[in-house]
Design a protein around this ligand. Structure first.
Ligand code: SF4
Ligand code: FES
Length: 261
């Protein structure tokens, strides 16, 4: 069945030269996707798809191809398709990654590629999980600037380059949940705040313009807070933004012990 492609990214593709036009060789890749429809399935099931792709394609392109040309019921989230919105984190060959940043050429296509939803969050359908527990922990750490002073009229809050550098890494988070859903502590204890919430607390705890660092440190000095981290580094390996997640968690632990930032 051919399907009309209506969104902006496909419109752009139709005007550009396709790999077929340039003579680039295509190949068939087998995807094995863990499907689950709560209205039909008692348990998730693995389903095979053979997809014709080019080395320039990404896993997201393969999922689009399956959805648009083979089975429109395949469900997954995506928005920007460029590693910015954080909506398409999934387990690809057992590793948490963004489908839009995972190039086919970087995978071993002599073997099937396994794709499933991220772990530790309630499965809703196919590759979609309920993100609410994840965002609840994010909200709990008060991820916004809290200041007791008011800047002079018409002036910005001044911050030195050195002070800005302290939390630069943790400003890069896109809330994809790849870190939290790769954490074995989070898998077994859904109450744990998880790496992403701590990363976003770090971003404000170490911001010299913020005055609520101690409040956030109190929140994270909890049995479900930073002390649950076992330094397995899964989170750091999973982060598509290259954030040193485990290091950020360690810095928050140190700040809790020091009692101030
Ligand atoms: S720290 Fe990295 S892996 Fe975790 S939510 Fe943010 S961007 Fe995603
Ligand atoms: S679709 Fe936005 S990060 Fe992948």
């Amino acid at each position: 069945m051919s399907i009309a492609l209506a969104d902006s990214d496909t419109a752009a593709t139709s005007e550009a030269e396709s790999p077929a036009d340039t003579g680039i060789q295509s190949f068939v890749v087998t995807f094995i996707i863990r499907r689950f429809d709560p209205e039909v399935d008692a348990e998730p099931r693995w389903v095979d798809y053979d997809v014709e792709l080019y080395s320039t394609d990404r896993v997201l392109d393969a999922l689009h191809k399956i959805k648009w040309e083979v089975d429109g019921s395949l469900s997954f989230r995506r928005s920007c398709a460029h590693g910015i919105c954080g909506s398409d984190a999934m387990r690809i060959n057992g590793r948490n990654r963004l489908a839009c940043k995972t190039l086919i050429k970087d995978l071993d296509i002599s073997q099937p590629i396994y794709v499933e939803a991220i772990k530790g969050l309630p499965l809703e359908k196919d590759l979609i999980v309920d993100m609410e527990p994840f965002f609840a922990s994010f909200r709990d750490v008060q991820p916004f600037l809290i200041s007791s002073s008011v800047p002079e009229k018409g002036k910005e809050r001044i911050q030195s380059i050195v002070d800005r550098e302290v939390f630069d890494d943790t400003t890069k988070c896109i809330l994809c949940a790849a870190c939290t859903s790769s954490c074995p502590v989070f898998w077994t204890d859904g109450q744990y705040f998880g790496p992403a919430a701590i990363v976003n607390a770090h971003r404000f705890i170490f911001d010299s313009r913020d005055d609520a660092g101690d409040v956030r440190l109190d929140i994270l000095n909890d049995k479900e807070g930073v002390w649950r981290c076992r330094t397995t580094f899964n989170c750091t390996e999973a982060c598509p933004r290259g954030i040193e997640v485990t290091k950020a968690i360690a810095e928050v632990k140190q700040a809790v012990l020091r009692g101030k930032r």
